[in-house]
Design a protein around this ligand. Structure first.
Ligand code: SAM
Length: 232
């Protein structure tokens, strides 16, 4: 059984999709999707030999060699130029790594209709990259599992008229998630209570430091204030 987190990610992949799962590790996600939907096909990309071998193993065990193509390579480089991969999944990594993978592999995204991302931390970097590169967030969800809170976002290409951002509060929306902000769930509150404590500690330490970075402190204080406001 797939984790709740990956089940949510899978729920954004439409029937019959040809998709790439970058950083697939055991290839649990593509195997699950392709087993449930025999019209779906996937590329499972891995940069590390160990996870690549695990992915091959899972694919063989589930007899999905014709459906899930496991490839060793960095980020989006596993996608061939002529391949019409319409959905790209990048899950279970930090936001800045996801951002780097997207930025470095931009040329492979010409046929991409949807990017599904699940950053473990720093979702803001991913939202910013998506917004700067013509992908509009159409869906966001937040799930809790084993004491962790995960944000999952789906963004579509070329729907700039549907942008969920409002210029005056855009920075706030990038931090919390434009759609998550509209419908705050218990998991949202749990995540941001936790982030509040972390940020309070960081600010306290920064204030006690010999050399104070006042600009950074005031930036963090502004963020803390946003968190306080959203938690009310
Ligand atoms: N996507 C799976 C999930 O959400 O459960 C696995 C997440 S696992 C924590 C992250 C995986 O990303 C690791 O297996 C790692 O080898 C892989 N990875 C890290 N950087 C990568 C890159 N630049 N290209 C492809 N895979 C990468």
């Amino acid at each position: 059984q797939l984790s709740n987190r990956l089940l949510k990610v899978a729920s954004f992949i439409p029937k019959g999709a040809f998709f790439a799962d970058i950083g697939s590790d055991h290839a649990y996600l593509p195997c699950y999707v392709c087993q449930k939907d025999n019209t779906a096909e996937a590329i499972a990309g891995e940069v590390n030999e160990g996870p690549y071998q695990s992915a091959l193993q899972t694919v063989r065990t589930h007899d999905l060699i014709k459906k899930v193509d496991v490839r060793l390579g960095d980020g989006l480089q596993v996608i061939k130029d002529a391949e019409k991969v319409e959905h790209v999944v990048i899950a279970g990594m930090g936001g800045s790594l996801i951002e780097t993978i997207l930025e470095e592999g931009k040329s492979k995204l010409i046929h991409t209709k949807q990017i599904i991302a699940q950053p473990n931390i720093d979702a803001r970097s991913v939202r910013r990259w998506l917004d700067d590169n013509g992908f509009t967030i159409t869906n966001e969800t937040i799930v809790e599992e084993n004491g962790h809170v995960y944000e999952i976002m789906a963004a579509s290409a070329g729907q700039q008229d549907k942008t969920p951002y409002q210029e005056s509060i855009k920075e706030r929306q990038l931090l919390f998630g434009p759609i998550l902000l509209e419908n705050k769930t218990n998991s949202f509150y749990n995540k941001w209570k936790h982030e509040r404590s972390k940020l309070e500690r960081v600010i306290m330490q920064m204030r006690q430091a010999k050399q104070k970075d006042e600009i950074k402190i005031s930036l963090f204080e502004k963020e803390l204030q946003w968190i306080e406001e959203e938690l009310q």
